[in-house]
Design a protein around this ligand. Structure first.
Ligand code: DGY
Length: 326
């Protein structure tokens, strides 16, 4: 019996490569960086299944180069790097990894919020650069989380996990999303607001909406101008949901107080970019889901998706389930 051929674009954590290798003819890109596009196009032509990362562009060009491909499985929940329509048109299911990273990412969001609102970066730089003088009654005063108003843009799985944490901080919680969610309102005590009203009322705004044509640069100069000058902004979705130039200006002119970012545009963010030198901007390099346990679970979920599809079964976590409609 011939085994299906699988291309793995970068080493995932745990023993997933070995697991895939026992059921498929798996080949993994040996580099320790994202697979170069030219290599990806060259290698994918023989693949029946693709195990990919969010740094790989899965578009029509790639699909055209992969005549045998019957399944794409990404080790991430976000699939904005995958042309879902093009995959669906070719009846290729696309796997992703929801649920397993929800709580870890919500922890990161809270870390970013605390770090930005309480000015951890400036404090740390003072310590490292020898500016830590005597205790100063006016020194590095920031903005409280407890008893403040939190605005969540995009109340999906991670947004709800953030809300559960926020209630422990006695925060008043607002949310905005395309359709109102009465069940979440009852369960979590969140209040619905229009996007504009949420920006104006919130002390802290957390962006968790997925990236698509409707959310690209959703947080632009106009949105930032609606926020309080004392407000903190956290982005843990995708960098392109935010207009970076507008954010640089708003932070530099203190039109908002601070930002905490797990994702940026561009990504990676070059160290010479103006955003990086702003003292009120706390950036970490897309590590929202980066714990040993969670990344291992993501890797396993992606393998589970791929093996199911290659075995002729329905992918358990499919980002384009319409592919299964006849
Ligand atoms: C995702 O899964 O989409 C995150 O951005 C990486 O964990």
């Amino acid at each position: 019996m011939t085994l299906p051929r699988v291309l793995i674009t970068r080493r995932p954590p745990g023993s997933v490569v070995e697991a895939l290798g026992s059921e498929t003819e798996a080949w993994m890109w040996p580099g320790n960086r994202a697979m170069p596009r030219s290599e990806l196009l060259a290698q994918v032509c023989e693949a029946d299944g693709l195990y990919c990362m969010l740094t790989d562009g899965i578009d029509s060009e790639l699909l055209d180069a992969a005549p045998r491909l019957t399944a794409v499985s990404q080790m991430a929940v976000g699939v904005d790097n995958v042309d879902l329509e093009a995959c669906t048109a070719r009846r290729i299911p696309v796997g992703h990894t929801p649920d397993v990273l929800t709580e870890t990412t919500a922890d990161t969001v809270f870390g970013l919020l605390i770090a930005a609102a309480r000015r951890f970066r400036e404090g740390m730089e003072d310590v490292v650069e020898g500016r830590w003088g005597e205790w100063d009654p006016l020194g590095l005063v920031g903005w409280d989380l407890h008893d403040s108003t939190l605005g969540i843009v995009g109340l999906g799985r991670i947004g709800r996990a953030v809300a559960r944490r926020a209630s422990g901080f006695r925060m008043r919680m607002l949310y905005t999303k395309r359709t109102r969610d009465p069940a979440a309102e009852r369960e979590l005590g969140v209040e619905f607001r229009s996007f504009e009203a949420l920006l104006a009322e919130s002390d802290h705004v957390i962006v968790l909406t997925s990236l698509n044509s409707g959310t690209h640069r959703l947080i632009d100069g106009d949105a930032l101008a609606r926020m309080k000058p004392t407000a903190t902004l956290v982005n843990a979705s995708r960098g392109q949901v935010l207009d970076t130039d507008a954010l640089v200006q708003a932070l530099a002119e203190r039109r908002i107080a601070a930002a905490g970012l797990d994702v940026t545009d561009p990504e990676p963010m070059p160290p010479e970019h103006p955003l990086v030198s702003l003292p009120n901007c706390f950036i970490v390099p897309h590590i929202g889901s980066a714990t040993v346990r969670t990344r291992t679970l993501m890797a396993e979920r992606a393998a589970e998706n791929l093996l199911a599809a290659l075995g002729g079964e329905r992918m358990p976590y499919c980002a384009n389930p319409e592919v299964y409609r006849s």
